[in-house]
Design a binder for this molecule. Structure first.
Ligand code: ZN
Length: 446
């Protein structure tokens, strides 16, 4: 869907949105990987992912990559950052920064204002940071879309020496934030600044903090509006307002980083979040040795076809089916998606063109075929007419054996594919096809 919206946007405006390589994400093969096979890897304790396929790494436009990035960062927070903080005798405070905005604002301006205010604020707080023993921060940008438009806000994990009294720091930060926002022409509402001290000290706090900093839709975030991935889902079922909001948000967020750890990893001697490779541990913690991941392969041509016109939804469906780690299930899903593409092609072409043909049209083409050699472009109509049971000279006969509808129905039943009326044939297919795409088909694509 993202690909579709972006392609449409290109056509309309000629503007190349950042993150548009989402078109090939999870589809194209990487250079050096076998170009003929599609491959899925299913780790024992993680989500299935495409292996050896191009990944666009767009945190905003690609829901697939955004999810991967979020769980990678969460894994890093709990597996690398929090243990390192504890070893170094440090603690962390979770600080949230927002500014007021309205639906009609230029969303890009809102994002810029937030960042400008934050860098002013950050520079002025430097001496305070030193005072509390801060070794760096993790900055996370979230940007749901709500009734007041794009709501960009920053969650910052601020480090400090454990045991430090933070009352003065909090007060200084609060007023510095108001001042900085006012200076860039913005306004702070009553929830514009939130400060929570000692957020990495016990198990529950660590869990909550890592979810707050890196999540794909906490209850809190959902309360503030729809996530970009949710907008995309709505766009996929014909919600054009959601589609327009999604594009507007993409343009506003552009190259802004979802997570930024600055010099923090280096100071603590740990890898950067983007280098963190371990699968995110689930909330039960580490369960000993990990079994080998399962790998499922199938022809790349099928993968391209299955994920082509159905786009991100097709890819998501394949990866969802791979959670079972059952190759047969994945192959069935790929086959169903390919069949879906074939059916859409058929409907868009041959069959749909005959939807408004009357019996007279069909009869005429069959009669013509008896009288002369048909042109190539007339052949599909002739085949369709034959499939519907029309025979030469039937128009004049009006005989009792001429029951084209009955014949067509019987043939359709026998062949198991669409020879009846176009509507009947597609409805028949839908039952044995993949229900995931039912709503999408019912509504005209954007
Ligand atoms: Zn991607």
């Amino acid at each position: 869907m993202a690909s579709k919206l972006m392609a449409g946007h290109w056509k309309k405006t000629g503007e190349n949105l950042r993150g548009s390589s989402v078109l090939g994400c999870g589809r194209w093969r990487n250079y050096g990987a076998d170009p003929n096979i599609a491959e899925i890897q299913i780790p024992a304790d993680g989500a299935p992912r495409m292996l050896g396929h191009f990944a666009c790494r767009s945190s905003w436009s690609c829901d697939h990559c955004a999810r991967a990035r979020v769980s990678q960062t969460r894994g890093w927070l709990r597996g690398a950052l929090m243990p390192a903080l504890s070893v170094a005798g440090l603690s962390g405070a979770l600080v949230t920064f927002t500014i007021a905005h309205a639906y009609g604002d230029d969303w890009g301006d809102v994002v810029d204002r937030l960042y400008k205010a934050f860098s002013l604020f950050d520079r002025r707080m430097a001496k305070w940071y030193r005072k509390v023993g801060c070794v760096g921060k993790l900055k996370a940008l979230e940007a749901p879309v709500g009734a007041n438009g794009l709501h960009p806000h920053l969650h910052v994990l601020l480090t400090y020496l454990a045991g430090t009294d933070l009352a003065e720091l909090e007060a200084a930060m609060r007023s510095a934030w108001s001042k900085a926002v006012a200076e860039v022409g913005g306004k702070v509402n009553e929830h514009g600044f939130d400060f929570k001290a000692d957020c990495v000290n016990d198990y529950a706090a660590k869990l909550e903090t890592s979810h707050e900093l890196a999540s794909h839709g906490t209850k809190k975030a959902r309360g503030k509006g729809k996530l970009l991935g949710q907008l995309l889902d709505r766009a996929a079922i014909g919600d054009t307002k959601a589609g327009a909001e999604w594009l507007r948000a993409q343009a506003a967020l552009g190259g802004k980083m979802r997570f930024h750890a600055g010099g923090l990893p280096k100071k603590l001697g740990i890898p950067c979040p983007s280098e963190w490779e371990e699968e995110p541990a689930d909330d039960e913690g580490d369960g000993g040795e990990k079994p080998e991941p399962v790998r499922i392969t199938y022809p790349q041509v099928h993968h391209l076809k299955a994920t082509g016109t159905t786009g991100r939804a097709g890819l998501a469906a394949i990866l969802r089916s791979a959670r079972s780690a059952d190759p047969a299930r994945v192959l069935r899903m790929v086959a169903a998606l390919c069949a879906e593409v074939d059916r859409n092609d058929t409907r868009a072409g041959v069959i749909q063109r005959f939807a408004d043909w009357t019996d007279d049209h069909f009869q005429r083409i069959v009669d013509e075929a008896g009288a002369r050699v048909l042109r190539p472009d007339e052949v599909p109509a002739y085949i369709e007419a034959k499939a519907r049971g029309f025979v030469l000279g039937m128009g004049e006969a009006h005989g009792s054996e001429a029951k084209p509808a009955e014949v067509a129905k019987a043939q359709a039943h026998d062949a198991g594919h669409g020879a009846g009326t176009p509507l009947d044939s597609s409805a028949g297919h839908d039952k044995q096809g993949c229900s995931v795409f039912e709503p999408k088909r019912a509504i005209a694509p954007v």
